[in-house]
Design a protein around this ligand. Structure first.
Ligand code: ATP
Length: 537
């Protein structure tokens, strides 16, 4: 997430308006300095008209600056709103497209609300402020130097003086504050211990020793607090003195030049007023840049998870994809190796059963085919006539039926169609195919079955998933133990439906009936020793 990307997300008119209002707002210091320094130009010879003109001119200039500051703030609010919407929607879309189903939903949701707030306050907002501060320093600097180069430089240099205070006292302040934190947490743990052990203390009449000890910790903690506050007071005193020196000295030198008529008193006041609008904003820029840096990790991790929403392309009905594994190796980041050099072609229409011991990696193979995880090396792709599809996940060719399918809190029709335009006849046809019309009735389509389909049985939810895959005419269906919670009769029925589908089916099963799968013309592979071995049925 870089500045150029952020600007790309905003409409041109908004970026342009923010730049213009920021430029006008940056005249804040200059206008105020001009208004106050002009007072020195008045004397007993001045006329009523001149005073009126001064008042109207000053008011108008200040009003324009303040109006532009307000407008700028509102434009930035609008920009932040647009950036938030873009950032969060891209993140949500990216998560849906790239995460595996094992990803932690609660963690992702909390990211949207917490981490993104940090990106908003410590990145988006501060980027605008950095730009404004730099402009203000530049404009005020030019103004000061235009009044008098030597006095201007003198003021700018002297206003750096208070900045040395943190350099002198920084280490001392950090040390005293961490000593206080240490002592107070020791005291806190002592008190917690004391309260937890109240009964033991009373039983053994051990109050005296216990209280003495607690008192000791309390005093230590309060002494550290006192020391820290005193050092802060000393720092404040030194900073204040340096700050007085930083303007009294240049004013003194300036007054000498006024006496020698080398500079007017109005110009001196103007320089004095505007000088803090040069160094102050530069200090702010360095402070903000270090804050912005703290969001670097979050922004980097989100950039990896962000995908801009694009409407998917319609898939032609008569494609016949072939799945190709080419020298595929896969090892999880914790070192667990699942596949060691797999070469396999699955032609369109094949029905495959994969079995193997628990934890051997059957689901991992399905996830690799789906594209939700990528091989550590080698390639998995689809081949269709002369074209090769490397990004299987986004190709829309695959349906994945899981053991615990999730249903949306909407009608059965929505859960089948996911908002696509399918006819009632088509919906009822697929429901009939998976035996749900008998169980749920003809009017089931417009009914709600609760959050995640909680008012349906596990087997019914699985069959809705299968019906959806049929409705969408998916070319490859991955099934992960999906028929495991069906009774043998229903499981047999589903397998027969699957067998006659005009698509490739790859099913992973723990418990399987050899005869049933044989009848359904499945090719049986066993996953063991990190490879898929053909098993004769
Ligand atoms: N994200 C992950 N990170 C690290 N290891 C993982 C991850 N997901 C799965 N594993 C490990 O990889 C191995 C294979 O898991 P997988 O779920 O593919 O096995 P399986 O054969 O489908 O198991 P089962 O039959 O019990 O469902 C297991 O040892 C599992 O602990």
């Amino acid at each position: 997430m870089k500045i150029k990307n952020i600007i790309r997300w905003l409409p041109n008119w908004l970026v342009f308006s923010i730049i213009i209002t920021t430029i006008i707002s940056s005249f804040d210091g200059v206008v105020l300095a001009q208004v106050l320094s002009s007072i020195a130009n008045f004397n007993h010879n001045s006329t009523f008209l001149e005073v009126m003109f001064y008042a109207v001119k000053s008011f108008s200039a200040m009003a324009i600056v303040y109006f532009s500051m307000t407008l700028r703030k509102m434009l930035i609010n609008l920009a932040i709103k647009k950036l938030n919407v873009k950032l969060k929607s891209n993140f949500i879309y990216g998560q849906i497209n790239t995460s595996t189903f094992s990803s932690d939903t609660a963690d992702n949701v909390s990211k949207i609300f917490n981490d993104f707030k940090l990106v908003e306050t410590d990145y988006f907002s501060l980027m605008f402020e950095v730009f404004a501060s730099l402009l203000m320093a530049l404009i005020s600097g030019i103004y000061i130097l235009s009044l008098s180069i030597p006095i201007g430089i003198l003021f700018i240099l002297f206003s750096l003086l208070p900045m040395i205070t943190p350099k002198i006292f920084g280490k001392k302040l950090t040390a005293t504050s961490s000593k206080w934190q240490e002592d107070s947490s020791r005291f806190l743990s002592k008190v917690t211990d004391l309260f937890n052990g109240a009964n033991t203390i009373k039983t053994y009449l051990a109050e005296k020793y216990m209280y003495n000890d607690t008192d000791k910790y309390l005093n230590e903690s309060e002494n550290s607090y006192l020391l820290m506050n005193n050092w802060q007071a000393v720092t404040f005193f030194v900073a204040s003195i340096l700050s007085v020196v930083s303007y009294i000295l240049p004013i003194g030198i300036g007054l000498l030049l006024v006496i020698q008529r080398k500079i007017s008193s109005a110009a001196l006041i103007g320089i004095f007023m505007a000088s803090d609008r040069v160094v102050g904003p530069l200090g702010t820029v360095s402070e903000y840049l270090s804050k912005i840096k703290t969001t670097q990790e979050i922004r980097k991790s989100y950039s990896e998870h962000m995908i801009e929403f694009k409407a998917p392309k319609k898939i032609s009905k008569d494609i016949k994809p072939k799945i190709c594994f080419e020298n595929v190796y896969f090892t999880y980041s914790n070192g667990k190796q699942i596949i060691n050099n797999l070469n396999l072609n699955i032609t369109f229409g094949e029905k495959i059963l994969i079995t193997g011991a628990s934890g051997v990696g059957k689901s991992t193979i399905l996830n690799l085919i789906q594209g939700s995880i990528k091989p550590s090396s080698g390639k998995i792709y689809l081949r269709e006539k002369n074209s090769k599809i490397n990004n299987i996940l986004e190709s829309g060719r695959i349906a994945y039926i899981r053991q615990n399918p999730n249903l949306f809190n909407d009608t059965l029709r929505f859960n089948l169609t996911l908002g696509e335009d399918f006819s009632t006849k088509d919906c009822l046809f697929v429901l009939e195919k998976v035996g749900l019309i008998n169980e749920l009735g003809n009017d089931a389509l417009n009914r709600y079955y609760g959050e995640s389909g909680k008012n349906l049985s596990g087997g019914q939810r699985q069959r809705i998933e299968i019906a959806r895959a049929l409705l969408f005419n998916k070319k490859i269906i991955l099934i992960d133990e999906a028929t495991s919670s069906l009774d043998p009769k229903m499981s047999d029925k589903i397998n027969k439906i699957i067998q006659n589908l005009d698509c490739t089916v790859i099913e992973v099963a723990h418990y399987y009936d050899d005869i049933e799968f044989k009848h359904a013309h499945f090719t049986h592979y066993v996953l063991e020793n990190k490879t898929l071995r053909l098993k004769a049925l």
